[in-house]
Design a protein around this ligand. Sequence first.
Ligand SMILES: Cc1cc2nc3c(=O)[nH]c(=O)nc-3n(C[C@H](O)[C@H](O)[C@H](O)COP(=O)(O)O)c2cc1C
Length: 211
Amino acid sequence: LHDAGIQVIGIIPNLRLAKRVEAAGIDMIVLEGTEAGGRIGRIATMAQLTNVLPEVKLPVIAAGGIVDGRGMAAALIMGAEGIQMGTRFLVSEECIVHPQYKEEIIKATDEDSVETGLSRNLGMRGLRSPFTEKYHQMEISGVPIDELNKFATGASRRVAENGLGDDGMNGMVQCGQGVVPIKEIKSVKQIIEETVEEAERLLRNAPSLVR
Ligand SMILES: Cc1cc2nc3c(=O)[nH]c(=O)nc-3n(C[C@H](O)[C@H](O)[C@H](O)COP(=O)(O)O)c2cc1C
């Protein structure tokens, strides 16, 4: 990729991998905590920033559970160069997921997301549904990984295109744990502007926190 002039950014779930990709010559890392939507590792965003930032020289982008300017300001104060948001942009005017996908995230509480597949290193976070209940049963009962993969194949696409389905078995609404402030569908422009404005306001006011 470098030979073709392409910058390489890795999504990193722990310090071990961060050091490995740094040694391999990567350009930047997205340090993603377990509270993120989609594929996840086991370590929370705050702990990741705490553990990894002092140990690597690479620019770090923080991800996982950040949905507004407060999270952005906190990540920048911790020493990150920027943030990556996923869940917040699912609930945007431009996002083409099924309307039910967005409604489920708007309705979700902080306790509604679950991790599937972590016991098999296939961690994925989304909202609890009949599909995730069935997945957990299969995971706990120790079915072979091929069978789990077969059950989950196509699920992300099914829910994104068609919603959960009458029996809730289409799949899971992938999203992170940071959902409560997401109360309405906004344009991507509005989301970015509001996030940056809020972060700037908080960072400008930060000196008032110290005597
Ligand atoms: C529906 C969904 C699909 C995602 N797919 C990918 C993916 O294919 N590759 C990837 O590196 N990250 C993927 N992510 C992770 C995001 O890039 C981002 O790091 C994450 O959403 C940040 O956490 P947040 O959801 O709490 O904002 C996905 C996230 C979601 C919610």
